[in-house]
Design a protein around this ligand. Structure first.
Ligand code: C2E
Ligand code: CA
Ligand code: CA
Length: 517
């Protein structure tokens, strides 16, 4: 038998007892066992039954208290487990709320929180918005799953590259934001971005596919460029836009002058919406003359806004950027068909009217169906219309663009490649683009007429003819130009020498005239 030494803490004397002499009560609760033991101070001898009952009662009361305490401990433990579970869930929820699941980077929400905090304390720093160049091409040609891989891959590289400089956030599709915590020196910032871009360009192989990944960047500094988040984000977008406009792989700091351009754009956009609503768009028509005969072969419809001197060169890019061009462009097509109907009712033998289509319109999937419906509605022949498309449409979204061009041609409508000779011109395009006509840009003709390389234009015309394409020269202003182009066998001529773009009433007076030269 076990022997316990019981000591009386109120008493100096220590008395030894056998365990069998101890009155005990065991309480089992949850994962603990509590044992309460009692023994009279001076042993059992001399204990009266009353004392015995008192002791037993005391023991029971003590047991009950112990029971309650232990129950409380249990309940507390249960609460603590629950609390831990909640905390775990909470941190998971926090994680999700602050992170982007694809890249594991911080997200836009976290960015707002972080930058707000910095602005509040008036801390200095810079924000770099980075955007993959031509990401849409990767997505379109290799699929979204691969596109996601590219994003995750680039995210890892950015995170690694920025580890010493600040935090990285994925704020949208292929847009990343870098918060450079201490850098405001432009040269230092540019160096950081250059290094980052180098590492991305060098590590562009993903799943054994060699990509050529580059990024463009817009940069703002705080509080220099602003101390309100929305303001900084807007300026970042503006700087990014500017970078993208200057080509790929460009980095631009926000400048106040960009803001002026931006305000101007906002003003033009408002005006365009108003003009659309109030039906203030009108069309003027410029004759295109057949070189051999001097007869007007067709017209080009050019857009104007009533009571405004703003030229399409100023408002079309805004319409294009804001997507308004789709609505406006459809109205132009309808207006031209309406005009043709009027001409035909007046007894004119209808000549085609060329309508300019912006790149964005060719991505509008209902465009071909819209044209088909309108041809029906106006009982128009597809020969009443033709379209002019600038060659720059082939730079992005080549597949979709070619598809739409083919759909349009299937309707029986011819297509001219506009502005040939500006920037991207490649004779290579001519061999596969579904077009019937090429329009030599005024600048091309100007450049070569006044140089020793006059044969270039002749060469282009010869190649076009070999590919069964007719050639129109734009912007013919003088008799000298006319003679030269005639000699070079240019098929059609258009320009102020013959006529400015005119309203229908004027066009009616020259419809069947022959230009003599
Ligand atoms: P574009 O298609 O190259 O149109 C030719 C532009 O050259 C027209 O300017 C025309 O007025 C001008 N022009 C014609 N002959 C001469 C000339 O002998 N000398 C000079 N210096 N210029 C001449 P406009 O009407 O200001 O149009 C500018 C551009 O706006 C057009 O260039 C076209 O890209 C776009 N645009 C015009 N109307 C529309 C439209 O309805 N839809 C779309 N998407 N774009 C349009
Ligand atoms: Ca044109
Ligand atoms: Ca043109």
């Amino acid at each position: 038998m076990k022997k316990t030494v019981w000591s009386n803490r109120y008493d100096e004397n220590t008395i030894d007892f056998e365990d069998s002499q101890v009155l005990s009560e065991t309480i089992r609760l949850y994962d603990s066992t509590i044992e309460i033991q009692a023994i009279p101070k001076s042993g059992w001898s001399g204990t009266t039954p009353v004392m015995y009952v008192i002791m037993l009662t005391g023991l029971l009361v003590a047991s009950f208290s112990a029971f309650s305490v232990s129950k409380m401990i249990g309940a507390t433990r249960e609460l603590r487990d629950k609390y831990e579970e909640i905390q775990e869930n909470q941190s998971h929820i926090n994680y999700l709320a602050n992170h982007d699941p694809l890249t594991d980077l911080y997200n836009r929400r976290k960015f707002i929180e972080d930058i707000d905090e910095r602005l509040l304390w008036n801390k200095k720093g810079s924000l770099v918005l980075m955007d993959l160049d031509d990401f849409k091409n990767i997505n379109d040609s290799l699929g979204h799953v691969y596109g996601d891989k590219v994003i995750a891959h680039v995210a890892t590289l950015i995170k690694k590259g920025m580890i010493d400089y600040g935090s990285v956030y994925r704020i949208d599709g292929d847009e990343f934001l870098i918060l450079l915590e201490n850098s405001t020196d432009p040269e230092a910032i540019l160096q950081i971005i250059r290094d980052l871009n180098d590492s991305i360009e060098k590590n562009s192989t993903i799943d054994e596919i060699d990509n050529h990944i580059t990024m463009s960047a817009g940069i703002v500094r705080h509080p220099l460029d602003g101390n309100i988040v929305e303001d900084l984000l807007m300026k970042l977008d503006i700087a990014m836009n500017d970078a993208k406009k200057s080509g790929k792989n460009q980095y631009k700091f926000f400048l106040d002058s960009m803001m002026v351009d931006f305000d101007e754009k906002v003003r033009i956009e408002k005006m365009l919406r108003k003009a659309y609503e109030e039906r203030k768009f009108t069309l003027v028509y410029q004759p295109i003359v057949e070189t051999k005969t001097g007869k007007i072969a067709s017209f080009e419809a050019l857009l104007r806004i009533k009571d405004r001197s703003l030229s399409p060169a100023e408002f079309i890019p805004v319409a294009e950027e804001t997507g308004l061009i789709n609505k406006i462009g459809k109205r132009v097509i309808e207006e031209v068909l309406m005009q043709q109907k009027l001409f035909s009712e007046k007894g004119f033998a209808i000549k085609p009217i060329a309508v300019n289509l912006s790149p964005r319109q060719l991505l509008d999937e209902d465009l071909a169906e819209f044209i088909r419906q309108k041809l029906n509605e106006y009982q128009a022949s597809p020969k009443w219309l033709s379209f002019e498309i600038t060659e720059s449409v082939l730079l992005d979204h080549k597949e979709e663009t070619l598809k739409m061009m083919n759909k349009i041609r299937k309707l029986g409508i011819s297509i001219a490649l506009d502005d040939f000779g500006t920037g991207y011109s490649s004779l290579n395009y001519l061999s596969f683009i579904p077009a019937d006509i090429i329009k030599l840009d005024k600048s091309l003709k100007d450049r070569f007429m006044s140089s020793d390389n006059k044969e270039v234009v002749e060469g282009i015309i010869t190649i076009a003819h070999a590919l069964q394409l007719s050639v129109v020269a734009e912007g013919v202003e003088t008799e000298e130009e006319l003679k030269w182009l005639k000699e070079k066998k240019c098929d059609y001529l258009q320009g102020y020498f013959f006529s400015k773009p005119e309203e229908p009433a004027v066009i009616e007076t020259i419809y069947n005239k022959i230009c003599s030269y």
